[in-house]
Design a protein around this ligand. Structure first.
Ligand code: DGL
Length: 255
């Protein structure tokens, strides 16, 4: 048993898409969410910078006594998780990778679309996984240009957001993709706009949040880290940006 919190971090608000699933399913667990905010977006930054920001975030979460850390950012996972694991061998880390495997194994058309940031597409594991399916499945990759900024500014339901999403997503469906992988934790906030962009096509949107939740539960059990039954959980929000940003994180989490 361990009543310490689970730490979750992202470049900004995107990781709240993972936070929400953990909040809903892990009723007894305290959660500390760190959304950098100051250095967001990470998606086009140099790998070295992403590693530095990720280390700062993890140091802060470790300082809060986190028993397990979810790197709720595909970009930070791709660039930094190896380094984080070697720096903190005592902490179990759960990372996010674009869910190519379930999409590639379930596609009926043999075409899948993957939406992610540039740095996530450079990730070793992503490259290895997509190469494994390359002879059977056509993978259409696209960066969600402007998507992160839309979510950070809570503009998901504006006509501009819908147009930006449609521009990137619809061509995937037009080229035969029947699975669209959300390879960035900001993108689930645009799920409605994505679904609207592919109306008329038989497309399934693939999100990793639930698989991550299962992985967290598995590790909590395996390592004996669950909070006591009936433990009163606490939900904290941190950022490298200002207090106003922290308030917006909290609002978005519970919206
Ligand atoms: N939410 C992040 C991800 O999953 C990062 C987006 C960004 O900061 O560019 O990749």
């Amino acid at each position: 048993m361990n009543n310490g919190p689970i730490g979750i971090f992202d470049s900004g608000m995107g990781g709240l898409s993972v936070w929400r699933v953990l909040y809903r399913t892990l009723g007894d667990e305290s959660l500390v969410y760190l959304g950098d905010g100051k250095n967001c977006p990470y998606g086009d930054r140099a790998a070295e910078e992403v590693r530095r920001f990720s280390l700062d975030a993890v140091e802060r979460l470790v300082g809060c006594g986190c028993k397990l850390i979810v790197v709720a950012c595909n970009t930070a996972t791709a660039m930094a998780i190896k380094m984080l694991r070697s720096r903190y061998p005592q902490i179990p880390f759960v990372g996010l990778e674009p869910a190519v495997k379930p999409a590639a194994e379930s596609t009926r058309t043999g075409v899948i679309g993957v939406l992610a940031t540039s740095r996530s597409f450079d990730g070793e594991l992503y490259r290895a996984t997509s190469a494994r399916y390359a002879d059977r499945v056509k993978i259409l990759e696209a960066v969600g240009e402007g998507f992160v900024e839309i979510v950070e500014n809570s503009l998901e339901h504006t006509p501009e957001a819908k147009a930006a999403v449609r521009r990137v997503v619809r061509p995937m469906a037009e080229q035969g993709a029947d699975r669209i992988v959300l390879g960035c934790t900001h993108y689930p906030f645009l799920r409605d706009a994505i679904a609207e962009a592919v109306v008329g096509f038989d497309v399934e949107i693939v999100d990793s949040s639930e698989a991550i939740e299962r992985r967290v539960e598995h590790l909590l059990d395996e390592m004996g880290l669950r909070a006591e039954c009936g433990h009163r959980p606490q939900y904290d929000f941190l950022s490298f940006a200002d207090a106003g940003y922290v308030e917006r994180l909290r609002e978005k989490a519970f919206e």
